[in-house]
Design a protein. Structure first.
Length: 593
């Protein structure tokens, strides 16, 4: 696994740390006196975010061990992997058996081992069935047809909603009779792979399936395990869920199946623990980096959330071979969080204008012009981004620093706009708010960094489209992130005094109640997913962006709906189920029976 060391190629080496892995007993907290604002601003009233300390102790994180990821388990995993590969190679399996195996591999978190085989199988299905000519003419075929539709669309194949015409006719004529909830749930899940042109999925399939599932859930005499799956689907569709967290849930759910495949579930459990061990090493690394920066100590008003920032990156890309990317992206996330809090909570307009100018000019020689509390933050930002650029230049022969620093300048400018709105008490229209807010949510900044460290082939053309905010898939991802964030954080942020969010903009603009405004924002999220489903296919057919980048953009949207599902899971993780979710993915291994 690649490692990253800062400073050697920089004029101004980061004075607070060297990034490298060390044994736990060597971590010593450096003695640094907390700074206060300059004397010119010491008497100013500063706001507080009222954030609690991190629920995660650094020493505790270093002590985490995974007893189920030894060399013995790796050998067992590899043996089981060969058996699972043979399952995929068996030609006598029925169409439905092959589809369900692919779906199980995906949901159990092990499909990354078999990507080529899965793609070949789905390509074969698509070619054999032809384009847009299937008909679901038997109700017992409902599950198979809906599952195939979802899997093919998910993998970028062109499939028409017309395959459901027979079912739609029966729904509209009130002659549809279900022979079980399994097919209805599959139909419901398939409907979330819709685009805006899929009027049948929107107007008939999804409302019908949702109503049927709700009726099933309301009947407490139904099978407990089936009701659990139905409740889970209604809470949030699979297509919108954070992949890694869903894998943990599906492993626990799969173990309850009467017809479960023992080889497959054992393979999934062992692989989960082995991947978790890689994540735990990443987490120790970034926790040590964060402690060495002393940002949480020097800037006590910022969110001390390095674990949550790492949790975001697991949602972005979880596969074990991408540890370097997760570490870099966690550093980016931590800097975004820190700078966001400076603009949202602490800085005066004059200080924020100065900091924005510093980022725009990217001139470390002007460090002394900043208030003391901003200097460390800017220096770390400067060194980390230059370090990333140095690594990319060395490995991929292209200078990305101009594009990376522009993304930070764009981000800071949007932060400054919101700070001025708050200071003036200005209430923008929803459209004006979103024009700024889809950038201020940081997704364009995050994703251009991801592109640089993830992509094997980096092109100036792709960097230009990302830097100039012309990639629609990025805007879709950012919009979902912004709206999910607004739904989860607006009560807390308004309570402490922050710029109005999309919910309040809509209320002010239309006179709607908060309940109606939140419903409107939820619908905006659903509409944006339709756009993103369309843009996914478009982007994947383009030579500018890889399938992996497009999937990461979608994963960022999925992660946002996980983080803000029960409130502000980033700012107040103990109140919004984030702590429990982090434990289930990064701390608690799956026992091997």
């Amino acid at each position: 696994m690649a490692t990253f060391r800062i400073g050697s190629a920089l004029i101004y080496q980061n004075i607070t740390h060297h990034i490298r892995l060390r044994r736990p007993h060597r971590f010593v907290c450096k003695s640094m006196t907390k700074t206060t604002p300059d004397s010119t601003s010491a008497d100013l009233r500063r706001r507080s975010g009222n954030y609690q300390p991190s629920p995660w102790d650094h020493c505790y994180l270093l002590s985490i061990e995974n007893k189920y990821a030894s060399e013995k388990e790796v050998i067992t995993r590899d043996v089981l992997k060969k058996k699972v590969r043979m399952m995929l190679d068996v030609e006598k399996k029925s169409r439905l058996e092959q589809l369900e195996l692919i779906d199980d591999l995906q949901k159990l978190g092990v499909s990354y081992h078999f990507e080529l085989q899965i793609n070949d199988t789905l390509t074969d299905f698509h070619l054999k069935n032809g384009r847009n000519v299937w008909k679901c003419d038997k109700e017992e075929d409902l599950h198979a047809t809906a599952l195939e539709f979802r899997l093919l669309r998910q993998h970028g194949f062109d499939v028409s909603e017309n395959i459901f015409d027979v079912i739609i006719d029966k729904i509209e004529s009130n002659t549809f009779k279900s022979n079980g909830i399994k097919g209805i749930i599959s139909l419901y899940e398939a409907s979330f792979l819709s685009t805006k042109s899929d009027t049948k999925l929107h107007k008939v399939i999804r409302p019908f399936a949702t109503e049927q599932i709700r009726k099933f859930v309301d009947d407490e005499t139904n099978n407990i395990e089936e009701r659990e799956k139905a409740i889970h689907a209604l809470e949030m569709p699979y297509h919108w869920r954070m992949r890694r967290l869903e894998m943990r849930w599906c492993i626990d759910s799969y173990k309850k199946k009467q017809d479960m495949n023992l080889v497959l579930i054992e393979f999934a459990k062992i692989d989960f623990n082995i991947v978790q061990a890689a994540h735990q090493e990443d987490l120790k690394y970034v926790s040590s980096w964060w402690k060495d920066t002393s940002l949480a100590n020097q800037l006590p008003f910022v969110r001390d959330r390095i674990v949550e920032n790492y949790f975001w990156t697991v949602g972005l890309i979880y596969e074990p071979q991408f540890g370097y990317i997760r570490r870099i992206m966690t550093i980016v996330n931590a800097l975004v969080t820190t700078i966001d809090d400076i603009y949202d909570i602490y800085g005066t307009i004059e200080e924020l204008e100065l900091f924005t100018s510093m980022v725009e000019n990217w001139d470390v020689n002007r460090l002394g012009e900043l208030p003391e509390y901003m200097r460390l933050c800017f220096l770390i930002l400067y060194n980390e981004i230059n370090g990333i650029g140095c690594h990319v230049l060395k490995c991929k022969k292209i200078d990305v620093i101009p594009f990376l620093k522009k993304s930070w300048a764009d981000l800071c400018r949007t932060y400054l706009v919101e700070a001025k709105w708050y200071k003036r008490g200005y209430k923008p229209s929803l459209e004006e708010y979103m024009q700024n807010a889809w950038i201020s949510i940081s997704a364009p900044t995050v994703l251009i960094h991801f592109y640089c460290v993830f992509s094997d082939q980096i092109s100036i053309q792709s960097l230009d489209t990302l830097s100039q905010h012309r990639q629609k898939i990025v805007r879709c991802s950012a919009t979902v992130l912004r709206l999910a964030n607004d739904l989860g954080t607006s009560p807390d942020e308004l309570a402490r005094g922050d710029v109005v969010k999309s919910v309040q903009c809509y209320m002010h603009e239309t006179g709607a109640s908060e309940e109606k405004a939140r419903e409107h924002v939820q619908q905006m999220i659903s509409d944006t997913w339709d756009d993103m489903n369309f843009e996914t296919k478009t982007a994947c057919n383009s030579s500018l962006l890889s399938r992996g980048f497009v999937e990461a953009a979608m994963n960022l949207a999925r992660m946002s709906q996980c983080m803000y599902q029960y409130g502000d899971g980033h700012g107040f993780p103990d109140k919004a189920k984030t702590v429990g979710r982090v434990r289930s993915l990064l701390v608690d291994s799956i026992p091997l029976d």
